[in-house]
Ligand binder design. Structure first.
Ligand code: FES
Length: 365
């Protein structure tokens, strides 16, 4: 009895080995090869983790300032996050919008975001305010962090309005650690500025917080706040574009500047429709999909790619949110954003605004 069983085992093992070898040869000949060997995708984050969509339950909805609602989103097994991170909210209409996490990273059962209603915006904030009610579910992706708190001997924050959301968890962390920090916080009026009470408490042990309400005192003095900073000070700025421009212009030598944009930079290269326009047409090969798409002169790579692959993620279409970042396998990129780091520019692009310097790009899609 033992001999036939042994023969069966040998035969099955041999067949499995031959099948495995044949499959390996077939994969190696495939035009998609070396797909399994590609390194981790963009931004150093796991693609599965960064792009996985999860449904969270809205368990809290509070108006925390005039025109600003805070949402608490609960769910099991949430990935951890650090101050400065944001979440993609996939709204009921399909719009995707980024909102900074403003809760406590130690609260592992929920994410908290806050959003201001922009009456003349592109519709995302209106949808959040009008449709995202307690008891409903919302889809999210992320979190991701493009605005992390780095090590520095001291910190200065220059913030306008809802720009306080990514900064608030940073202030809590710095206050708890006894680090040296100051905040210049501007807004239209005190009533419109979220989290004011908590922030003033955090800065109560010194002259750390300066609040400038426009209806009382005009615009904040950004140049004054950044004058005479010690070398190595990290300056963090989040708010309207003029505030960011003022911080950039006033940055003292030897200090570092960290910007978080909620809108495209003034004078950016994105087209007026939010897409990227250029005089040259080119083609884009989608290596994983085995397809090639033409990109017309007046068309963005994103638009051309979505005609073939409608699931490809995007949000701002203006080159500041990073949602559409894709790995480039071949071709010379014409970068037209101000978001990616030099490192990221080596092998990836924001396909909503950036283009091609030659006739052909190959994307890892
Ligand atoms: S969609 Fe926001 S950077 Fe491209």
């Amino acid at each position: 009895m033992a001999l036939p069983r042994l023969r069966t085992v040998v035969l099955v093992s041999g067949a499995a080995l031959l099948t495995r070898r044949a499959l390996k040869r077939r994969i190696a000949r495939s035009p998609l090869w070396p797909l399994p060997a590609l390194p981790e995708p963009v931004s150093g984050h796991s693609k599965r983790r960064a792009t996985a969509v999860r449904k969270l339950l809205i368990t809290g909805r509070t108006e925390v300032a005039e025109g600003v609602v805070r949402l608490r989103l609960e769910g099991p097994g949430l990935p951890p996050w650090s101050p400065g991170a944001h979440l993609d909210l996939v709204l009921p209409s399909g719009l995707v919008r980024q909102y900074s996490l403003c809760g406590d990273p130690a609260d592992t059962g929920a994410y908290t975001v806050a959003t201001r209603l922009v009456a003349d915006g592109r519709g995302g904030s209106r949808e959040v305010h009008e449709q995202l009610q307690e008891g409903l579910e919302v889809e999210v992706r992320g979190p991701r962090n493009r605005f992390p708190l780095t090590g520095a001997p001291g910190y200065v924050f220059v913030v306008g309005g809802i720009g306080i959301t990514p900064v608030l968890p940073m202030l809590r962390a710095l206050a708890a650690s006894g680090a040296e920090w100051r905040l210049l916080y501007g807004g239209r009026s005190r009533a419109s500025m979220p989290f004011l009470e908590e922030i003033e408490k955090l800065g109560a042990d010194g002259d750390r917080v300066t609040v400038v309400a426009q209806d009382e005192a005009g615009h904040p003095d950004v140049a004054g706040a950044l004058a005479n900073l010690a070398p190595g000070t990290a300056v963090y700025c989040c708010g309207p574009e003029p505030l960011m421009a003022a911080a950039t212009a006033a940055l003292p030598e030897g200090c570092t500047l960290h910007l978080e944009r909620f809108s495209a930079a003034t004078g950016g290269t994105a087209g007026s429709d939010g897409g990227s326009e250029g005089s040259e047409a080119f083609e884009v090969e989608l290596r994983r999909s085995g397809r090639t798409v033409p990109v017309a002169a007046g068309q963005s790579v994103l638009a051309a790619v979505r005609a073939e692959l409608p699931h490809v993620a995007y949000s701002c279409e203006q080159g500041f949110c990073g949602t559409c970042q894709q790995r480039v396998l071949e071709g010379e990129i014409d970068h037209r954003d101000e978001l990616l780091t030099e490192d990221e520019r080596g092998d990836s692009m924001l396909i909503c605004v950036s283009r091609c310097r030659g006739g052909r790009l190959v994307l890892d899609l």
